[in-house]
Ligand binder design. Structure first.
Ligand code: NAD
Ligand code: TYD
Length: 341
């Protein structure tokens, strides 16, 4: 099988490329990534010399390049490429629409033209909006995105659905909850806490810290996508989640405690605009139809993740130099009374 993985130099995409090369050593993997601030080829050093693996730097909105790549015998497209950070989508929504909506449409057209056997859209539970204190997102929950990020992902999902209904393109959409694990860019909550705590910097907690996210270790997300590629029923949506709901403040306190850092580092700051209160996934369909089960629980997963960041300080220190500092200043400067400088 020849797989096109887009966004394979990002957090989940790079974990997925490594996972697939390990689980299916006979598959060919072509990784297409435009290498935005979030794309990092260092993540893939361990597979660089694998003859089954090829990297191409290209933008998924580039029609000619996508056609050229997909025309060369691609069987399955797995689209991870996206702008993925909610806070950045509040600062500049335009690039989110471009990559997450237009980029998806370009890939769908090329997939249709060259008749791939499957197109998998890697989406997010955030398209469902926000939950109250009870209930879970199922595949039937209406789409009610609240941020420019989730709205652009929902736009991509709707195009995928339409290409299936209109053109009969063989598709699946996966909607996963929040991931954590190795190689996550330190702008997202868990690596942000770990890296800032290790530098004895204040930890910004939005609002009252009681917003809830449903956490899944990245490798469990990869195993779910692997199953969907092979056994997912054409045209279906699959939710992915491991029933690990935690408040943000619980996550912050747990990490500080495990690192032996004081709770005095916690700094409550102005809330995120339109901040979704709670996400919670019902993964029953994936479990009963495809037999998926997560391997990692939150307690072991977070320990492994903290250890990974401790062992890979040069990886995130290199990221934190240069333009990342400009983002931190823009995002947190005023909120934290410029204590980020
Ligand atoms: P990420 O930001 O770490 O990686 C995104 C990758 O896409 C980067 O390598 C970037 O260079 C690449 N990219 C961006 N724009 C591109 C373009 N126009 N052309 C080609 N490549 C481009 O994101 P992630 O956290 O790894 O998320 C991957 C996918 O999974 C996204 O689609 C996201 O919506 C989805 N998702 C993420 C989570 C999560 O918790 N991180 C949860 C559910 C779903
Ligand atoms: P994030 O990792 O950005 O993921 P998402 O918004 O896609 O769920 O944020 C996870 C939660 O942590 C979310 O409720 C916002 C909160 N948060 C903070 O409190 N402080 C921060 O500095 C960041 C980045 C997030």
């Amino acid at each position: 099988m020849k797989l096109l993985v887009t966004g394979g130099a990002g957090f989940i995409g790079s974990n997925f490329v490594m996972y697939m090369l390990r689980e299916h050593p006979d598959y060919e993997i072509v990784n297409v990534d435009s290498l935005t601030y979030a794309g990092n080829l260092e993540n893939l050093q361990s597979v660089e010399s694998n003859l089954q693996y090829t990297f191409i730097q290209a933008d998924i909105t580039d029609v000619q390049q996508m056609e050229q790549i997909i025309s060369k015998g691609i069987d399955v497209v797995v689209n991870f490429a996206a702008e993925s950070h909610v806070d950045r989508s509040i600062l500049s929504p335009d690039i989110f629409v471009r990559t997450n909506v237009l980029g998806t449409q370009v890939l769908l057209d090329a997939a249709k033209k060259y008749q791939v056997t499957k197109y998998v859209q890697v989406s997010t539970d955030e398209v469902y909006g926000s939950l109250g204190p009870t209930g879970l997102f199922t595949e039937e929950t209406p789409l009610m995105p609240n941020s420019p990020y989730s709205a652009s992902k929902a736009g991509g999902d709707l195009l995928v659905r339409a290409y299936h209904e209109t053109f009969g393109l063989p598709v699946n959409i996966t909607r996963c909850s929040n991931n954590y694990g190795p190689f996550q860019f330190p702008e997202k909550l868990i690596p942000l806490i770990i890296s800032r705590a290790l530098n004895d910097e204040a930890i910004p907690v939005y609002g009252d810290g009681l917003n809830i996210r449903d956490w899944l270790y990245v490798e469990d997300h990869c195993s779910a996508i692997d199953l969907v590629i092979h056994n997912g029923k054409i045209g279906e949506v699959y939710n992915i989640g491991g029933n690990n709901e935690r408040t943000n403040i619980y996550i912050v306190e747990t990490i500080l405690e495990q690192l032996g850092k004081p709770a005095s580092l916690i700094q409550y700051v102005q809330d995120r605009l339109g901040h979704d209160r709670r996400y919670g996934i019902d993964p029953t369909k994936l479990g009963t139809e495809l037999g998926w089960k997560p391997i990692h629980n939150f307690e072991t997963g977070i320990k492994e993740t903290i250890q990974w960041y401790l062992n890979h300080q040069d990886w995130w220190t290199r990221i934190q130099s240069g333009t990342y500092q400009d983002y931190v200043q823009l995002q947190y400067g005023k909120r934290m009374g410029d204590s980020t400088e």
